[in-house]
Design a protein around this ligand. Structure first.
Ligand code: ZN
Length: 344
C-alpha cells in the first residue's frame, strides 16, 4: 500500500519513466526479484508481475534486490543529500559554495549540482539567491516576467501543466480571466472535522473549496458568473470533498476546475507533489516552479489558491521554519499539518 500516491498513478508514472517520482516509491518486479526507480530505463514487466513499495526498505524486506541499472538504493541517498544541502543553504548567513555543499554530502560538485537541479528545478546557487531574496523580503516578481520565466522553464503553457498534473487540476479555458463570465457556479456547504466547508463547482469540477460558510467569496472571485445555491445536485461531490479534506493523506480523484497565471499554476502543481505530512519552503516552491527569486510571488500564489486542502498550500512554510500565512488562519494550518503528521 503506497502512502503518497495511488497505484494506478504509480504505474502510469513508471510507464512514463517520470523522474519526479523517484524517491517516492519503488517498483518491485516479482519475476526477477529486483526493484527499480520509477524512472528506470529498463523494459517494463507485465503489470501483474509488479508490486509497489513505499521505499527501498520495504522492497528489501520482501526479499527484492536493487536494480543494477537504475540503482534505486542511491535515490534515498540523493534525496537525503539534497535535503541536507537545502538545510545548509537555508541556515547559512552567506550562501555556501557548491564545492562545500558537495563535500558535506559526499558527492562530486558536478554530480551534486546535477541531482540538485533535477530535484529542485534550479542550481544550488540559484536556490540560495531565492532564499536570500526571501530574507530580504523584497518583491522581485513581476507577473509578466514570471509568466515568461515559467515558459522558459519548459512549460509550453497551462495546457502542458494540466497534462503534467496527475489530478486533473483544472480543465478549462479562459472564462476565469473574465471573472467567470458565462459560467454557472453552484455551491453548498458541508461539515468537516476542521469546520464548515464551502464547496463550489462548475459543470467541470470544483472551482472553490474554502473554510467559509458564505458564498460572498465566490462573488469576489467570480464577479461575472451566475452563482446559485445547489440543490442536492452537489451532494455527492460535496461528500467526496469532505472525505478528501478529512483524510488529506488519502489520494482523491476529484475533478478540479481552476485557473491561475502560469506561475501560480506551476506553484499549485508543486504543492500537490508535497507528500502529506511534509512541508516545503516558499523558496523551494519558487525554485521548483522555475523562478527561484520569486519567493514572494510563490507565497502570493499559495494565498491565491482557490482549493483549500486539495491543493495543499498549508504544506508551504517559510525557510526559517515558521508557518508563514494561511487564508483560513494559522490555527487551521497547524491543525491540518498536525493531522497529516499523525498528531492530533
Ligand atoms: Zn531498474
Amino acid at each position: 500500500m503506497l502512502a503518497s500516491i495511488d497505484e494506478e498513478k504509480a504505474w502510469s508514472a513508471s510507464m512514463a519513466r517520470d523522474r519526479s517520482y523517484d524517491g517516492r516509491f519503488v517498483i518491485g518486479v516479482l519475476t526477477t526479484g529486483i526493484y527499480c526507480r520509477p524512472s528506470c530505463p529498463a523494459r517494463r514487466p507485465k503489470r501483474e508481475n509488479v508490486r509497489f513499495f513505499n521505499d527501498n526498505d520495504a522492497a528489501e524486506a520482501d526479499g527484492l534486490r536493487p536494480c543494477k541499472r537504475c540503482k534505486p538504493d542511491e535515490v534515498a541517498r540523493d534525496t537525503e543529500a539534497i535535503e541536507t544541502a537545502v538545510r545548509m543553504i537555508e541556515a547559512a548567513e552567506e550562501a555556501p559554495k557548491l564545492d562545500r555543499l558537495a563535500e558535506a554530502v559526499g558527492y562530486s560538485p558536478f554530480h551534486f549540482q546535477r541531482i540538485f537541479k533535477r530535484a529542485m528545478g534550479v542550481t544550488p546557487a540559484a536556490y540560495a539567491r531565492g532564499v536570500r531574496a526571501e530574507r530580504a523580503g523584497r518583491a522581485l516578481n513581476e507577473e509578466d516576467s514570471v509568466t515568461a520565466a515559467i515558459y522558459e522553464a519548459g512549460y509550453s503553457g497551462p495546457a502542458r501543466f494540466y497534462e503534467d498534473s496527475g489530478k486533473r487540476l483544472g480543465m478549462t479555458p479562459s472564462a476565469w480571466r473574465k471573472g467567470g463570465k458565462g459560467v454557472t457556479i453552484r455551491w453548498t456547504t458541508a461539515k468537516t472535522q476542521f469546520g464548515i466547508l464551502l464547496v463550489a463547482a462548475t459543470d467541470r469540477g470544483i472551482c472553490r473549496l474554502a473554510f467559509d460558510s458564505k458564498p460572498a467569496i465566490l462573488h469576489e472571485t467570480f464577479p461575472n458568473a451566475t452563482i446559485e445555491r445547489a440543490g442536492d445536485a452537489l451532494d455527492e461531490l460535496a461528500e467526496r470533498a469532505v472525505a478528501a479534506v478529512d483524510n488529506p493523506a488519502r489520494p482523491h480523484d476529484l475533478p478540479l476546475d481552476v485557473q491561475g497565471t502560469a506561475f501560480q499554476e506551476a506553484v499549485w502543481q508543486q504543492l500537490t507533489r508535497i507528500p502529506p505530512g511534509e512541508t516545503l519552503s516558499y523558496a523551494a516552491l519558487a525554485a521548483k516552479a522555475g523562478r527561484p527569486k520569486a519567493v514572494r510571488a510563490a507565497g502570493t500564489a499559495c494565498g491565491a489558491n482557490p482549493i483549500a486542502v486539495l491543493i495543499p498550500c498549508h504544506r508551504a512554510k517559510r525557510s526559517d521554519g515558521s508557518l508563514g500565512g494561511y487564508a483560513w488562519g494559522l490555527e487551521m494550518k497547524e491543525k491540518l499539518l498536525a493531522k497529516e503528521a499523525g498528531r492530533r
